[in-house]
Design a protein around this ligand. Structure first.
Ligand code: AMP
Ligand code: ZN
Length: 464
């Protein structure tokens, strides 16, 4: 059983997806007005851990991550350079994909862009006007929060204390100023706008996610994620718009990660206390060490960024890498020890159970390090045999489907005859000739290559 802490109920709940074996996941993506900072990547890495774990557990995950390419910030950026919104955001979209790759984030199935879904948003806003949840004021359309009695439930704010009828135009604001918010903003001099049935204008930020989530995942989804700063107003407003429009529950499980902080303050562009991934790469940081650092603290705990903390994570990952290196490069006597099999099974089970408990990564990593300790002490006594070494490497590679912190073998590093065999095996699998596929796998294993089939394709691990 998997349990997650659901922000909506404020408690741990058993996770049951709407469709058996399948999870529909929406994660709020970057606002592409600048290079993301590593605080943003904490959110994306938590989502990556969640997604990889769900796949590891056996679910098929359908993942949508939006790109906010029109909002107050992108418009301001494009204006300051005197270029089009599209030219302005293109650079940051590309940078985001590059960063995601080096941080080993599994790609989403779809990355919808807000500017390509304006008709979906217009349809929703029109519907909200017709149903009486929204109203026009001076060419803009606002959502009337008093018409939606459940407003404030996610962020736990009391609607009675709010001044109904007052309006906010900006996309981001504090809980204290929860007012009617803009769904559609009237065109302003010098700003990009769309000519639509609602009149010339552009969408508010919140309606973007409601429309794009529904477009690809349907009106009710399993999991929606973001950082805790997204809870209010963004996600509160998404719920209001979607549920008012569709008359059904928008999201079953809301998962939010805590912030990456610097000296106790949220890392953010506006505070100026941030590093981008590029800043760290220039200082010589290995992006996979950063990945490990951002992953290894439980997602609902605040994570303090210091170079010392990053160094600790690096050293701790290095222990895993050294261990792998040792197993790959030492020569072992033939044979196996049933105790190693038992340890490997226990480690996998503990890792899985820990992550199933609201992604308890600390307990998961503790199981991994305990395994390393046990095997190391056997290595010191020369008690590890050839089959054991292979099993240990295979176990680490299994766990690495979730962690993604081990070195990856690049295709170009493999000799041509091995690549040929891999291809032959792929062909055999496609033709459902599993006997042949297994025989090739065994042949490759004899040659020192472990193959593993994952949803993302085949992964390899070299052994001596
Ligand atoms: P934005 O591009 O500002 O919409 O943010 C993208 C994602 O990063 C959202 O899910 C935010 O909640 C998240 N985020 C922003 N700052 C931080 C931070 N310091 N720590 C963790 N997550 C953050
Ligand atoms: Zn969003």
């Amino acid at each position: 059983m998997i349990r997650f802490f659901n922000t909506l109920s404020g408690s741990l709940e058993e996770f049951r997806p709407l469709r058996e074996g399948e999870v529909r996941l929406y994660t709020c993506g970057p606002t592409v007005y600048d290079y993301p900072h590593i605080g943003n990547y904490r959110a994306y890495l938590f989502e990556d851990l969640l997604k990889r774990f769900l796949i590891f557990y056996g679910y098929k995950v359908i993942h949508v991550m939006n790109l906010t390419d029109v909002d107050d910030k992108t418009i301001k950026g494009a204006r300051s350079l005197g270029i089009s919104l599209q030219d302005y955001t293109a650079k940051y979209i590309e940078a985001f994909f590059e960063d995601s790759k080096v941080l080993r984030l599994l790609p989403a199935d779809i990355y919808p862009r807000a500017t390509e879904h304006i008709p979906d948003m217009v349809r929703m806003v029109k519907g909200l006007l017709e149903k009486g949840f929204a109203y026009y004021k001076e060419g803009s359309v606002y959502f009337s929060i008093e018409k939606f009695p459940a407003y404030g439930r996610l962020a736990k704010i009391n609607l009675k204390e709010l001044k109904a009828g007052a309006r906010v135009d900006s996309d981001e604001y504090e809980k204290e100023s929860a007012h009617d918010f803009a769904l559609w903003k009237k065109a302003k001099e010098g700003e990009p706008y769309w000519e639509t049935e609602l009149g010339p204008g552009r969408p508010g930020w919140h309606i973007e996610c409601s429309a794009m989530s529904t477009r690809y995942l349907g009106p009710t989804i399993d999991i929606h994620c973001g950082g805790i700063d997204n809870i209010f107003p963004h996600h509160e407003n998404e719920i209001a718009q979607s549920e008012a429009y569709y008359g059904q529950k928008f999201v079953n499980y809301w998962l939010h990660c805590h912030h990456l902080v610097v000296d106790g303050e949220k890392m953010s562009k506006s505070r100026g206390n941030f590093y981008t991934l590029r800043d760290l790469l220039e200082r010589g940081t290995d992006p996979v060490d950063l990945r490990f650092f951002l992953l290894s603290t439980h997602y609902r705990k605040m994570l303090n960024f210091t170079f010392d903390n990053l160094e600790q994570a690096r050293a701790s990952r290095q222990r895993i890498l050294d261990f792998v290196y040792e197993l790959e490069h030492r020569t072992f006597a033939a044979g196996s020890d049933p105790d190693v099999r038992r340890l490997a099974d226990r480690t996998l089970a503990e890792f899985k159970d820990s992550l199933a408990d609201d992604l308890n990564i600390s307990a998961g990593l503790a199981a991994l390090f305990e395994f390393i300790r046990e095997i190391n002490s056997r290595l010191a006594r020369d008690q590890i045999k050839q089959e054991d070494a292979i099993l240990v490497l295979q176990t680490l590679s299994d766990l690495d489907r979730v962690l993604a912190i081990l070195p990856e073998i690049k295709e170009e590093d493999l000799p041509a005859e091995i690549l040929e065999k891999i291809e032959l095996r792929q062909k055999a699998r496609k033709e459902k000739n599993f006997a042949l596929a297994d025989a090739i796998r065994e042949e490759l294993r004899q040659l020192g290559l472990i193959l593993e089939d994952t949803k993302e394709g085949v992964r390899w691990k070299k052994i001596k």
